[in-house]
Design a protein around this ligand. Structure first.
Ligand code: FDA
Length: 305
């Protein structure tokens, strides 16, 4: 049943019609639990509160399924506006973005132009930018673009997903760039041809890539809500004398908030991924797919508390 619901929400997450409709009607159905609001001032308030609690942030200007060059440029403008707000309000925040919202499905030139515009401002304002990883079909292109940008800019990182068979090879191949990587299990529906179908294998591979990247001496963001992975990381860094400055934990806004606070109290770096904007639908559906128990929030959103 859980697998059925998961597939259902992942299917919904790709629906362009609902994506467009959701943009028009604003945050609904309990999405506000996972999305900080629709505007930069909403996001700034949320970041300030998290910073006051000792947490860093990465802010994500939500956006998917861009159809035109103009929409992609607007999305890039939104990212630049966010970087300027981070700098102006002296916030402890990075920026995350998706290459599809920069025009990845339109042309590489468009993405490169948009990314260079963003990264020029990011370097000037000293704000780090992470390229989120999307579905497997876009992984190779995303890594290509990351490599090109990483040769030009310092303030850029990306994400690798442990559910993909290719990821150990990718992490080894990227080592020459000493990249700052966020490691995740992966949030998209993928074929068993490219991704481990069994959770146990995804988890084992997750531990493997954490180990490889940390022992290679690279900065590692362990982005998970899974206590087993968190405890594994703590043991690993202890065993190998790895400093708390070489890694951080990351969690999504609104998920396992108490655990986030505990990690801060234990002296670990904790970064919260804070999405904002009116393109909330796909993000929200992927969160429901991860944990169908969250559907209870949707029902409350629809039928009142
Ligand atoms: P998993 O879903 O395997 O759950 C393991 C355990 O964690 C559960 O049994 C439970 O104990 C606990 N848990 C999980 N969710 C919980 C909840 N909601 N409430 C309470 N307990 C919970 N994906 C991607 O493909 N590309 C990307 O760029 C990113 N970026 C990203 C950034 C950040 C900061 C995070 C945290 C995650 C991502 N992801 C992502 C999503 C990621 O791939 C993955 O889908 C989710 O993090 C869920 O997997 P977990 O590792 O959290 O645990």
């Amino acid at each position: 049943m859980e697998q059925l619901l998961r597939n259902f929400f992942l299917f919904l997450s790709k629906n362009r019609f609902f994506t467009k409709l959701a943009k028009r009607y604003g945050l609904r159905f309990g999405a506000g639990r996972f999305v900080a609001g629709e505007t930069i001032p909403n996001a700034v308030d949320t970041i300030k509160k998290l910073n006051d609690q000792g947490m860093s942030v990465t802010i994500d200007h939500l956006g998917e399924f861009i159809d035109s060059e103009d929409e992609a440029r607007e999305a890039a403008d939104g990212c630049i506006e966010a970087i300027k707000a981070i700098s102006e309000h002296h916030l402890d925040s990075q920026l995350s973005l998706k290459l599809t919202s920069m025009g990845l499905d339109i042309s590489e030139q468009l993405v490169m132009d948009n990314m260079r515009r963003i990264l020029d401002v990011a370097e000037k304002e000293d704000v780090f930018v992470t390229i989120d990883m999307e579905d497997h079909a876009r992984c190779e292109k995303t890594l290509d673009i990351f490599r090109k940008l990483r040769s030009e800019y310092e303030h850029i990182g990306t994400v690798l997903q442990s559910y993909l068979y290719r990821t150990v090879d990718d992490i080894n191949a990227l080592n020459e760039y000493n990249p700052n990587l966020r490691l995740v299990k992966g949030a998209y529906k993928e074929s068993p041809k490219v991704a481990f179908p069994d959770k146990k294998d995804v988890d084992d591979n997750y531990k493997e890539i954490i180990k490889i990247h940390l022992l290679n001496g690279n900065y590692t963001a362990v982005a998970t809500h899974d206590d087993e992975m968190i405890e594994y990381t703590k043991r690993l860094v202890e065993q190998h004398g790895i400093s708390k400055d070489q890694f951080e934990f990351q969690m999504l806004y609104g998920i396992r908030v108490e655990r986030q606070e505990e990690l801060v109290e234990e002296g670990y770096k904790m970064r919260v991924y804070v999405p904002y904007g009116n393109d909330w639908y796909g993000y929200f559906m992927r969160r429901l797919a991860e944990r169908p128990a969250n559907v209870a929030f949707v029902l409350k959103g629809v039928f009142g508390k």
